[in-house]
Design a protein around this ligand. Structure first.
Ligand SMILES: Cc1cc2nc3c(=O)[nH]c(=O)nc-3n(C[C@H](O)[C@H](O)[C@H](O)COP(=O)(O)O)c2cc1C
Length: 351
């Protein structure tokens, strides 16, 4: 099968994928709207319990009979044996006080949720399972295959793409330096894994023989056409869909995205302990130059949760993680189905 035929072979008409966006944005409504318009919607389920994940898949199936994907974090979850979180707790106390929250405390971290989440995915059998932050075991990939679920791994370098292909994935999501959200980097130093998307795709289609999906900073049909010209078999857009009415991003987050008139994104470990690209705000500035205080993922993610939840409730964006790609200033607001049609029309005109 030619690489370009891969998505069609799964019953997806158009080479457009909604990026999975864990933490709220990718609701069943958004996922179904993209799938119903001919693309592939993806549920970002990494922060969900198996029960929540199962419920969201069921809800999505009520809204569409088209294929969609489910995404999890497949690595990078290490509960640190000993970390001095004292300085971070002190820093967060200031914010907690200002927000009227009880002082922050060291959270008890559960074990890696991936194995149980994966069982729920295997049980529900979505058309596609995508993952980031690492590579599941060969056994897991074989079980996915047996259940007829196509697997997509995230790579930020050619080396990571080769490792994923060796492990047996069906396709690769190439995450360019421009991408919003967490960096998927798992086998290269983060600083060396910031390759611009067109360059990354061009290198990857030469390095591996599976389909390559371009993601990072793609905001309109011209960007999509350029990625397809570079050799990608499909494109995956996240930020472009964040402000759709179906997106579950908080109102404060949506307002901040629409207020960005230029690329004001930074790559920061401030919110979760893992490098991620988002709009600079009070909290990222507060931690600039103090990165050594930030404990690793998932501890920092748990430590900042109360602050982020309170910020969203108050409608303030200063202490929220505002994940966004470098194309953020070109965000448009319209229902997701309309956006899919517009993007495809623009892409055809640009080809
Ligand atoms: C809010 C947000 C949340 C994200 N969450 C996930 C996730 O859960 N899993 C994942 O593989 N990628 C995640 N990503 C990264 C996307 O898969 C993709 O690489 C990125 O959105 C592409 O760049 P763009 O936002 O400029 O389109 C997220 C991106 C954003 C913006």
């Amino acid at each position: 099968m030619a690489r370009s035929e891969w998505l069609r072979s799964l019953g997806v008409e158009e080479p457009l994928i909604l990026a999975p966006m864990a933490g709220g944005p990718s609701t069943p409504e958004l996922v179904a709207a993209v799938s119903n318009a001919g693309g592939l919607g993806s549920l970002g389920a990494a922060y969900q319990t198996p029960e929540q994940l199962t419920r969201d898949i069921q809800r999505t199936r009520e809204l569409t009979d088209k294929p969609f994907g489910v995404n999890l974090f497949a690595g990078g979850y290490k509960v640190p044996a000993q970390v001095d979180a004292g300085p971070m707790l002190a820093l967060l106390s200031e914010v907690h006080e200002a927000y009227g929250l009880p002082p922050p405390s060291l959270p008890a971290l559960p074990s890696d949720p991936f194995p149980e989440q994966l069982e729920a995915v295997l049980e529900a059998r979505p058309a596609v399972f995508s993952f980031t932050f690492g590579i599941p075991s060969r056994e897991v990939l074989a079980r996915l295959r047996t259940r007829g679920i196509a697997s997509v791994g995230t790579a930020t370098t050619l080396e990571e793409a080769r490792l994923l292909v060796e492990a047996g994935v069906d396709a690769i999501a190439a995450q360019g330096a421009e991408a919003g959200g967490h960096r998927g980097t798992f086998a290269s130093p983060f600083e060396q894994a910031l390759v611009p998307i067109l360059e990354l795709v061009a290198g990857m289609v030469r390095a591996v023989s599976v389909p390559v999906i371009a993601s990072g900073g793609l905001m309109d049909g011209r960007d999509m056409a350029a990625a397809m010209k570079a050799g990608s078999s499909a494109v995956q857009l996240g930020t472009a869909f964040l402000t759709c009415p179906e997106s579950g991003a908080s109102e404060a987050y949506k307002r901040a995205i629409l207020a960005a008139k230029q690329d004001t994104t930074v790559i920061t470990r401030a919110f979760s302990g893992r490098p991620a690209r988002g709009l600079a705000n009070t909290f990222t500035s507060r931690l600039q130059g103090q990165e050594q205080l930030i404990p690793p993922y998932p501890l920092q993610n748990a430590l900042t949760r109360a602050m982020r939840t309170a910020g969203a409730k108050r409608g303030e964006s200063g202490f929220l993680s505002l994940w966004a790609g470098q194309g953020v200033a070109r965000t448009r607001v319209m229902p997701a189905g309309e956006l899919v049609h517009l993007l495809l029309e623009e892409m055809r005109q640009a080809q």
